[in-house]
Design a protein around this ligand. Structure first.
Ligand code: SIN
Length: 539
């Protein structure tokens, strides 16, 4: 079946939804999401959205904190406009019905939280369920717009470009025409033809064994964009969140940095504090420093976790400020008001992604990218906490401004798009291959391409991922596609891109730490890593 729409949006997190709400005024919008429409990384965001609201705060301070965190790789101009346009975008979210927590002493003001790397209180939040509140309000707004249709349980297989239709190699000025999309329930692949395509598919958490991300974070947008010929950058900058709940039955539950912002202190299992050895901001140091410090301490002590202690704060305060974390910990028998929370670092955020300009455009015409899938220049080598929701709304707006300018002049490309060709694929009788490779990639990435890297570990990772990728490609060619197989193919490609970028960067900077090059090298490496197809071929 062929669907036609003016705008195709892949993903239903904050980036896709806020873009859809605006763009629907101009034309028809189809949104594709592989699970339920509320399954997104945004929905899981606890901390909040950073912006200058405090009277004592200044744009210059937020800019300086972002640049310091980004370790020399941020794009100064991008940082400036994201910070300066932030408050306006937040006013818009409030207008759309998002209810951020208000200050107890002055309900006219927002309650501003503090997180690692921020010199001021500037994190707007909805208790510790900020993402869920944003998604609630945006979905309500979308549901009132007739021009938007959401396709749940549909997963994009690949982007369709003019060169792919003509059977040519990607060339300059190539243009995106839509995407092939699998309807998971019926197992049919449909063609979605669109004048514009927005990738807002989120990050790549599931590339790693331990992650704070939900199951949907399988790097689909990045992998599809790379296969289509889009430029991908800085994939080595994987942010590990220092504090994920450590419990055998807890699946990737984040303990927000806001807990440390409200006074939580990291301790070893014997009760000793340790962050003073690593940074003057102690437990509130930037994330890369805290995660690396925990990793070092765990390797030294042989313990499996460290502790996060906030028992010195009032019980009432903790329950009202962190209702979600409090309840979740209780489910696992941990009362955070009386005992410290066991925590470990976990993959949390991808700072690299599909390269875009200041208007969210990729190097492929009519293909935009926004949110965690994109690499805008805001985060550089390390993202400042709570800057990601901010980036998503600012870039969704900028992409909309660009879209407004070009949409009226664009006609549908008359080139016929062939329907999806399964090429004689048959039903697989060996699903174990998918399950096994899935597990192997994630374990390999966790062990060899984690917080502390070395040339040897990266080489090992590349050899293994190459081998697994060849097996996956063969499987993909021969068997009928399923959601699991598509996701596996995508995490394998994302893993290759991460390893390729990590091997290129012969220095340590921000989130990339290689013991063979422990220093930052501004002379040679103050630049992005942009892998080409050749960089991904087997060693
Ligand atoms: C957190 O709540 O700690 C996460 C916030 C973020 O990653 O920006």
């Amino acid at each position: 079946m062929e669907y036609k729409t003016d705008l195709l949006i892949l993903g239903t997190g904050i980036a896709g939804l806020s873009f859809a709400i605006k763009a629907a005024g101009l034309g028809s919008v189809a949104m594709v999401t592989k699970k339920d429409k509320t399954d997104s990384n945004t929905n899981m965001a606890q901390g909040g959205i950073a912006a200058v609201y405090d009277k004592a705060d200044r744009f210059e301070y937020h800019i300086a904190d972002t640049l310091t965190c980004g370790a020399g790789l941020c794009d100064d101009e991008v940082v400036r406009f994201v910070v300066e346009e932030g408050p306006e975008r937040i006013r818009e979210l409030v207008e759309w019905g998002v209810e951020f927590t208000r200050s107890a002493s002055d309900p006219g003001q927002f309650d501003l939280g503090r997180e690692g790397g921020h010199s001021m209180r500037r994190v707007l939040h909805a208790k510790d369920l900020t993402g869920r509140e944003i998604e609630r309000a945006l979905h309500e707004k979308v549901s009132r717009q007739k021009n938007i249709r959401i396709f749940e349980n549909h997963i994009a297989v690949d982007l369709i470009t003019k060169s792919s239709v003509l059977g040519r190699k990607m060339e300059r000025g190539d243009c995106c025409l839509g995407a092939y999309v699998l309807d998971i329930a019926s197992n049919e692949v449909h063609t979605f033809r669109a004048k514009f395509i927005m990738l807002s598919t989120g990050g790549a958490g599931k590339v790693y064994l331990i992650t704070t991300n939900p199951d949907i974070a399988t790097a689909d947008g990045i992998a599809m964009a790379f296969r289509a010929g889009a430029k991908i950058a800085n994939m080595e900058f994987i942010q590990f969140h220092p504090t994920c709940l450590y419990h055998p039955d807890a699946k990737s539950f984040l303990i927000s940095e806001a807990v440390r912002g409200e006074g939580g202190v990291l301790k070893l299992r014997n009760g000793d504090t340790f962050m003073e050895k690593y940074h003057p901001m102690k437990s509130l140091a930037p994330r890369d420093i805290v995660a690396k410090a925990i990793d070092t301490e765990l390797k030294k002590s042989g313990d499996e976790c460290v502790l996060l202690d906030i028992t010195h704060r009032q019980e009432d305060f903790l329950i009202s400020r962190f209702p979600n974390i409090y309840e979740k910990c209780l489910e696992f028998g941990i009362d955070m008001t009386r005992e410290p929370i066991p925590v470990v670092p976990a993959e949390h955020y991808l700072c690299g992604g599909v390269m875009v300009n200041s208007w969210g455009e990729t190097n492929i015409e009519r293909l935009f990218a926004c949110g965690e899938v994109s690499c805008t220049g805001l985060h550089g080598a390390n993202r400042l906490a709570s800057n990601s929701l901010l980036e998503a709304v600012v870039f969704a707006h900028r992409a909309f401004m660009r879209f407004t300018g070009i949409f009226p002049g664009v006609r549908e490309d008359p080139i016929p798009i062939p329907p999806w060709d399964p090429k004689g694929a048959t039903e697989s009788d060996e699903s174990i291959v998918v399950a096994h490779n899935w597990d192997e990639i994630r374990r390999c990435m966790w062990n060899y391409v984690g917080i502390v890297r070395s040339d040897k570990r990266l080489e090992r990772a590349q050899r293994r991922i190459d081998l697994i990728s060849r097996e996956i490609d063969e499987y993909y060619r021969n068997f009928i596609i399923t959601r699991d197989l598509l996701e596996l193919r995508n995490i394998a490609l994302a893993a290759k891109l991460i390893v390729a970028c990590a091997r290129m960067r012969k220095e340590s900077r921000g989130l990339h730490y290689n013991i063979d090059y422990p220093e930052k090298d501004d002379r040679l490496w103050r630049k992005d890593t942009i892998p080409a197809c050749e960089d991904l071929t087997a060693s």
